[in-house]
Design a protein around this ligand. Sequence first.
Ligand code: UDP
Ligand code: MG
Length: 322
Amino acid sequence: MNNDMQKMEKISLIVPCYNEQESLPLFYKEVQSVLMGMPYDYEIIFVNDGSQDNTLSILKEFAEKNPNVCYLSLSRNFGKEAAMYAGFCNADGDYIAVMDADMQDPPSLLPKMLTILQSGKYDSVASRRVSRTGEPVLRSFFARKFYRIINRISDAEIVDGARDFRLMKREMADAVVQMGEYNRFSKGIFGWVGFRTYWMPYENVERAAGETKWNFWKLFHYAIDGIINFSHAPLHISSWCGMGMTFLSLFLLFAIIIRKLCFGDPVAGWASLICVILFLGGVQLFSIGIMGQYIAKMYLESKHRPHYIISETNHEKIKKIY
Ligand code: UDP
Ligand code: MG
C-alpha cells in the first residue's frame, strides 16, 4: 500500500464559543493556516454555547465554505464545561484538542504538541501558563492559593496555571467522555483520568478581542466547585472539628465538676457561656452548609439531566445529543 492510500490521521479541534463574534474570524484564520501546514485530516468543532451575538451566523459561514468545519449550537448557555463535553462526545479524530476561541491558547503551538505526542512517550500534551501577565493582581493571588489548597486535599493532580488547552490521544478523550458527571470540572477530570501528560510551559497571551466571561465571583464559585467535585476534605474537616469540640467540652465539663467539688465555687460568667454557644452554633451551621453543598451536587447528579441540548448543527451524525 502506498502512502497516499493510507488513511490520514485526523485531528479534532473543539472550540467552545460564547459571544465570540470579534475573536472568531481572527481565530479561524490563524487555525486554518496552522492546520493547512500539517499533514493531517482535520475537523473543527465549534460549540456555540447559547451566544446572544452573531457567533452562530459566523460559524455557519465558516461551515458553508469549509466542509471540515462543524458547529453544534446549544439551546442556551450551558457553560464552558458543558460546551467542551458536547465537543468531546462528537469528536471522532485520532487526536483531540480543546482550545479557546480568543487566541489565548495559541494555535501555533499545535504542531509542537503533535510532535511530542508522536514521540510515543506521552498520551496528552497540556499547556501551562508560566506567567499571568495582564491578569488582575488579586485574581492571580487567589488563583495561586486555590491551586495550593486543592492539590493538598484532592487526589487528582491539578497543576497551577494549567489551561484547558490540551491535545490528547483518542484513548484519553474516550476516558473523558466516560466521565459523565453532571458537575464538570475539566482540570480535575483531565487529572483524574490519568495518562502520561507532558506539561508545556508558555507565556500568558491576552485575549485577542471581545471580553472575558469570568468575573471574580464566577471564578470563586468555580474554585469551590472544583474543591467539592474532587475532594472530600471539607467533610473531613468538619467532622474533625466536631470531634475536637466534643472532647474539649467533655474536658471542660470534667474540670468544672472537679472545681465545684473541691472549691465549691459557683459557676460564673454567663458572657463566656454565650460566646461558646454562639461559636458552637456557628461551627454547626458551617458544617451543615458544607454537607449541604455535597447534597446539592448529589441531587443534581441524581436527576440525570442532559449535560447540554443541541438545537442546531451541521454534523451529519450527532452521536449523542446530551
Ligand atoms: N465560553 C463558553 N461558555 C461560557 C463561557 C465561556 O463556551 O459560558 C468559552 C469562551 O467563548 C472562550 C472560552 O470558553 O472560548 C474561555 O472563555 P474566556 O476567554 O471568557 O475565559 P478566560 O480565558 O478568561 O479564562
Ligand atoms: Mg480567554
